[in-house]
Structure formats: C-alpha cells, structure tokens
Design a protein around this ligand. Structure first.
Ligand code: UD1
Ligand code: CA
Length: 464
C-alpha cells in the first residue's frame, strides 16, 4: 500500500461577531486550550504532510498561535469572507504541488476527535465500486435533535450523497431531512481545484458554498459519500453560551478519560481538568480540584479537596491539600506533603519533605525530608528581583519563620520558630533570630488594676 498523503485546511476567517469579544473566536479557550488548538491537535494526529489555516486580514494573533502549536503551518489569507468554498480556494496556493487528500476542518469545533477524522479517511480509501479513485468528496453527516439551520444531506436511492442543500436554499421537503452536514469534509486533492473553479454564488446567501462541491462532483459522474458521526464532534461555538456548553462537554470527556485511565474521583463533576493534564495510576482526587495547564501527576498521588494546581509536576506518593496551591514551576518530589493553605511557586520540594500549613514557598529548593513549619515564608521578592532560597535535606524550619532570600539553610539545620533569617545558616546549626522573651512575674495584676481605675474615672471616653 502506498503512503497515504493528507493535507489539512482549517477555516477560521469568520469574524465570530456573536462572541462580542476583542479576542478572535478561535482563540477562546475550551479546557484551557484555544479552540483552534484543539482542532490542530486532532489534525496533527493524522500526520498531515501540509497544514493550512485560512484567516481574515489582520488576524495575526491567530496566525501566531497556529504557528506556535504547529510549526510549518501555512497561513492563507481570505481577503473577504465570501463563503466556505471561497475560503478553500484561498488555501489552494498553499497546496501547490501537493497530491493527496485534502481535509477541510472548521476552527471553531473544539470537540472534534481523531476517530471521526479517521472515519472520513476510511470512507475515502474504501474504493467505491463505481469509481476506482474512491469518492471525490466525503462529508460528515449527523442527526441533531434540532436540525436548525444546518445544510441538509440529500442521498440518492443507493444511499450515496447526491447534494448538500444549505438551509436557506432548501425546499420544505428538504428541510424535513434530519441528516445534516457536520461541516468537515475530505476531498480528493487531484479533483479539488477543478471542482472549485466551477463554484458560483447563485444562492440565497450569495456565497461560494463549499457544500456545492457535492453536486458539482456528481455532475462529473464522481461518487460522493456521507459518513455518519456524532453530533458532539462537530459542535460549533458561535457565542459565549455555546462556549460554556463546549466547556462542560469537554470537561465531561476529560473526566471520563481520567476515570478510565485509573484515576479515582469522588465527585468528578466538580473537578476541572485541562486537555494536557497527565495522571499516573491510582491517583485519588477529592472534590473541587482545579487543574491549570501543564500538570503531571505521578502514581499514587492524593489530591485533597479545593486544591488548585498549574504548571506543576508531582511525583509518586505525594499528597496535596486540602486547599493547596501549586503554581508554575512547582516540582513536588516523591512522598512529599503539601498541606492546607500552602502556595508553592517555582520551587522543588524533594522526597519526603513536608510543608503542611499556611506557607509561601517561591523560588526555592527544599531538601529531602526537610520539615517546613506552619507559616514559613520565603521572602523571594525585593520589589525588583526574585531571589532563591535553598533549604538543605533534613532541615527543620520553625513556625512563622521568614527566610529572606537569597539565603541558604544547610542540611540538618534547625531554625527556631519566629525567626527572620537574612544570613546563610551552616549545616546542623541551631539559629535563633528573634527578640528574646522577657517574663515579669505578677506584673499583669498591677496593669489590670491601673486600667480598671482609669475606666471608672472616664467611662464614656473609654468605651470602645
Ligand atoms: C456550514 C455549512 C453547513 C453545515 C454547517 C455545520 C457551508 C456553505 N455550510 O454552515 O452546510 O451544516 O457549516 O456547522 O459550508 N469561514 C471562512 N470564510 C468564509 C466563511 C466561513 O473561513 O468566507 C469559516 C468560518 O470561520 C467557520 C467555517 O468556515 O469556521 C464555517 O462557516 P460558517 O459561516 O459557520 O458556516 P455555516 O453557515 O455554519
Ligand atoms: Ca457555523
């Protein structure tokens, strides 16, 4: 079998005005990733030889986001939004010299899955009996509960696709068809340019419809196929309500995948995941945990309720929370404990170390088995620069200590509670850096008597 060659065109030139946003529609995130990013990630799984994204003039931010995610992606500019067929025409120069299949996707369908794309590819490759080249056009079809304004798929008596009729151009009989165009299409690249040349805009919207390629192909005697896919896959996002709906569905999908991968969640519907969240085996997550981007959780980690985790790596056997906050650059070592109201940023907490209560640890290393007392703060910022705090293995930092960075606490050192540490502490030293306690026996009695007498003399003024 010869190598399958595929090019992908993602249409994203639409303005998305119904989002009412300064941000281009396809950059709005779902599960923390721009919608376009989801589409490109799914497309990338098919290893396309070429990828093109079609944008309107001035959409530089989208072009940059696309290039960041998929280096080498080509940008085609559609000068005016004259329809989906016109948008594909705009992408043709970027496909010059390419011979293979062309997959057309929309940038605003974040729920797309690789399996759906593979179903289209399979239909193209299954050579139609009537045509050795396989169908010229393969279309995704779905049966929505409400067919609304989708294009309708008209099948012939053999069940092959005869035409797509846009809603506005439908006869009443055609409107009654429940089988609709999901938008994504797979086209024979060899026959595509010829078909596109024949497009016109004699229709209700005055647009060049990509969907017209079907009847144009049939007029050449070429077969076309509709492949039924799930509605959720081609769900488009046009406004904020649909964005919220897509988020809910994506979360449901991610939670299901995590559960299937061996994560325990007592209340999965309260856990917010990202498309890139990675879990080991036997991870346990209590209710109300929020994951930001770039989180990797190792085996046997327990994440207790109300924790917030982003940009962090957590090694096997560690426990987090309740109410832990891991910020970017947090690296939690095996069997470490991060307790309640503890914030960790750009810091490595090594094996078995404990930061159990009310702490801020930023720009730091905490050595293995060190114990960080309640309320310890690494004072990492002087208003201009960030400085590093290094705490050695087995060190003990007493409660409510302030470690003024840059500072190093040696292995096994003992810092007395309430200390403000500004100088390095050698290994195994005891350091106290706080006012000495003075105790005056009986003195409280005298003070109370004096204050009570004052209050009796001027009761009104003393009222608090
Ligand atoms: C399209 C289909 C319709 C299908 C529906 C599924 C056509 C003519 N109609 O309709 O049959 O049921 O999708 O959701 O294709 N775009 C451009 N340039 C343009 C016009 C559109 O890049 O000039 C992009 C948009 O940004 C969007 C995509 O193409 O990502 C689809 O365009 P849209 O206007 O939403 O098509 P529909 O009217 O929904
Ligand atoms: Ca649409």
């Amino acid at each position: 079998m010869t190598k399958y060659s595929l090019a992908v065109i993602v249409l994203a030139a639409g303005q998305g005005t119904r989002m009412r946003s300064a941000l281009p529609k396809v950059l709005h995130p779902v599960a923390g990733q721009p919608m376009l990013g989801h589409v490109l990630a799914v497309a990338a799984a098919l290893k396309p030889e070429r990828s093109v994204v079609v944008l309107a003039p001035g959409m530089e931010a989208v072009a940059q986001a696309a290039a960041r995610q998929m280096p080498g992606i080509r940008i085609a500019i559609q000068a005016e939004a004259l329809g989906t067929g016109h948008a594909v025409q705009a992408a043709l120069p970027a496909l010059r010299g390419f011979k293979g299949d062309v997959l057309v996707l929309f940038g605003d369908t974040p729920m797309l899955t690789v399996d759906t794309l593979k179903a289209l590819v399979a239909a193209r490759r299954r050579k139609a009996a009537s045509n050795g080249d396989g169908p010229a056009v393969v279309v995704s079809g779905f049966r929505p509960a409400d067919a609304a304004a989708y294009g309708r798929l008209v099948l012939d008596e053999r069940g092959d696709l005869q035409a797509i009729v846009e809603y506005k151009d439908c006869t009443p009989e055609q409107r009654a068809i429940g089988f609709c165009n999901g938008g994504l299409m797979l086209l024979d690249g060899a026959r595509l340019p010829g078909l596109l040349k024949r497009l016109d805009n004699n229709n209700a919207k005055g647009e060049y419809y990509l969907t017209d390629l079907v009847h144009l192909a049939r007029a050449q005697g070429w077969a076309c196929k509709a492949v039924e896919i799930s509605e959720i896959d081609v769900m488009g996002v046009n406004n904020r309500a649909e964005l919220a709906l897509a988020e809910a569905r994506m979360q449901a999908r991610l939670r299901q995948a995590a559960l299937e991968a061996g994560v325990t969640m007592t209340a999965p519907e309260t856990v917010y995941l990202r498309a890139d969240t990675k879990f080991g085996r036997d991870v346990s997550i209590e209710p109300h945990v929020v994951f930001g981007p770039a989180v990797e959780i190792g085996d046997d980690v327990t994440i207790r309720a109300f924790s917030h985790i982003e940009g962090a790596r957590v090694a096997a056997g560690a426990t987090l929370g309740p109410y832990a906050r891991l910020r970017p650059g947090a690296e939690i070592g095996p069997d470490a404990h991060i307790g309640n109201f503890v914030e960790i940023k750009q810091a490595r907490v090594e094996a078995g170390a404990k930061v159990n209560h009310l702490s801020y640890i930023g720009d730091a290393r905490i050595g293995a088995k060190a114990n960080i007392g309640a309320g310890t703060i690494t004072c990492n910022y002087d208003g201009y620069n960030k400085h590093h705090t290094d705490i050695g293995a087995g060190a003990f930092i007493g409660s409510n200590s302030a470690l003024v960075a840059p500072v190093r606490i040696g292995d096994g050192a003992l810092v007395a509670a309430g200390s403000t540490i500004t100088d390095d502490v050698p290994a195994d030293a005891l350091v106290l850096a706080r006012g000495r306690q003075e105790t005056k026996p009986g003195r409280a009695v005298g003070i109370r008597a004096r204050l009570a007498a004052q209050k009796k003399r001027k009761p009104k003024q003393n009222k608090s």
